[in-house]
Design a protein around this ligand. Sequence first.
Ligand code: HEM
Length: 240
Amino acid sequence: MIRTAAAFALVGTAVVAPPADEASALAEGPCQVTSWSMTWGFKESFRAYLSGAIAGGEWEVAGDVGYSTPVFSIESHAGDFSADGKTAQLIAEGSIRFVGHEGLLDQTLSAPRVLIDDDVASVVFDIAGDTQEGVAVNSDDVSFVSVDVSEASLRADTWSVSAAPAVLTPEGAEAFGTYPAGEAFDPVDLTVLLEPGCVEQGPSGSWFLGLGLGSAVTVGLAIVLARKWRARGRPTPGES
Ligand code: HEM
């Protein structure tokens, strides 16, 4: 009985050890993005204002940017991730142009990019068009909103986050006008498919299974040994 339990314990331990191919995935170097997509409402109140009676406006999308009520979508294949899965740059082409008040409001956000740095992602645009305050803007590489991606997961070569909170940065506030820095924009959904096996993965299902099996067998073995040890001191029925 003890031999069998010990054998299981060894099997459990073997399952817990990282497979050789996963260990090699820890190699240094940037990992290519296979594709990425982001869906984002931008700011619901702004869309309502712009498309409503006051501004009588609309928006146009181009390139890798699409729109399907109520969200903009960006889809691209360009970008790379660090091997530890902590930093990334995601690159796309295209633009969103907001137009209203018979042309008085005319702002274009183009060349969307996402820079991930651990728990924070910046959505970056080149921005052109006058603000509501009448300030002429033509600024490249504006880190527009800052997104909290601390809830992101990395599993099976997919990095993703859903409904990640986004706030306007000071740079974004300066370039877009009207809203102050820190203003809440709509939450962001972001999914990145990665070059297989390149980025270090979190624990997978089989790891948890192995860990669970290993723990259960270890506990079982301890109980069996404790019972045997206690039984040694007791008299056998024939002795009393
Ligand atoms: C004819 C000139 C304009 C008029 C009469 C006007 C009027 C208004 C009004 C009444 C609101 C409040 C809407 C609400 O709370 O429902 C508003 C909001 C706003 N306006 Fe204008 N506006 C003008 C021009 C502009 C321009 C030129 C810009 C930008 C370049 C702009 C950007 C905004 C923004 C971002 C908001 C906030 C929308 C929100 O999130 O609720 N407006 N405007």
